[in-house]
Design a protein. Structure first.
Length: 276
């Protein structure tokens, strides 16, 4: 192979020096004397051509390797930009849940995946669902935050929302020692004892049963934090487009009506949100 390269290169050199490529001189004029050129050793020419050919091959091989590496990198980048194939979901948007566009705020902020229940104390379905959701929430990882949001559809509902947020505030400062028991008692009073709790006096008496003084109750009842939470709850209810209760909102993105598959729908939406 090397001899063949040498022969080809030598042929090219000789062809480049042929008469046809040189300027023609007038026939009548004698060419001037020129210095005698040393003889070129054919073996030296062959070795030089052979070395040049080997260097050329090395450059070609290196260039090919660089191009191959670039192609491999492009393939990897293309694969990285390709989205994973969508998985098969059990529940259907527009039927089992509804997407909120645009995404709406949540009660606690974006640090966790929030599951919020819009409820009313006067709603028997909310009463039945409440212990089920409470058990579900207790089994969730720390990344999930469960919150209750009083739905404010009318004046009695607003009064009950104020009662709920007053209980939350008194629980946070240690005055109300068992918020969950108070919450359950409100459902019991309304649905089993016929105590509709539609006056401030009736609500104050209920707090008194939980050893909350009238002074502590009134301070919390009329406080800025409670009134602010009422405004936030009313605003979120409008933003979420809830027209009935119970309704569950997943991370400000999905509205889930109360159906027999409610917990399964919530779990699937949590997967969509990247929980598992």
């Amino acid at each position: 192979m090397k001899q063949l390269f040498a022969l080809l290169a030598l042929t090219l050199i000789l062809a480049a020096c042929s008469k046809e490529d040189q300027p023609r001189e007038p026939a009548a004029e004698q060419a001037p004397d020129v210095a005698e050129q040393p003889d070129v050793d054919s073996e030296t020419v062959a070795e030089t051509v052979e070395e040049a050919a080997e260097e050329t091959m090395e450059v070609v091989e290196e260039s090919a390797a660089v191009e191959a590496a670039a192609e491999d990198e492009a393939i990897v980048l293309a694969m990285a930009d390709t989205e994973a194939a969508p998985r098969d979901w059990k529940f259907e948007e527009g039927k089992d849940y509804f997407r909120l566009v645009p995404t709406q705020p949540t009660v606690g902020g974006p640090d966790k995946i929030e599951v919020g229940e819009l409820f009313m104390y006067s709603c028997p379905h909310c009463r039945d669902l409440d212990p089920i959701l409470s058990r579900w929430a207790s089994d969730q990882p720390p990344e999930v935050r469960f919150v209750r949001i009083p739905a404010i559809f009318n004046r009695p509902a607003q009064l009950h929302a104020q009662m709920f947020f007053t209980a939350e505030l008194l629980s946070a400062n240690g005055t109300l020692t068992d918020f969950e028991r108070f919450h359950d008692t409100v459902f019991e009073e309304f649905h089993r004892r016929g105590n509709r709790l539609v006056s401030v006096d009736a609500i104050e008496r209920l707090f008194a049963r939980f050893e909350v003084s009238a002074d502590d109750f009134n301070k919390a009842w009329n406080s800025f934090p409670v009134n602010q939470k009422i405004r936030v709850a009313a605003d979120l209810g409008r933003r979420y487009g809830a027209t009935s209760v119970p309704t569950v909102i997943v991370n400000g993105k999905y509205r889930v009506p109360n159906t027999r598959n409610l917990l399964e729908v919530i779990d699937e939406l949590l997967v969509r949100e990247g929980l598992r």
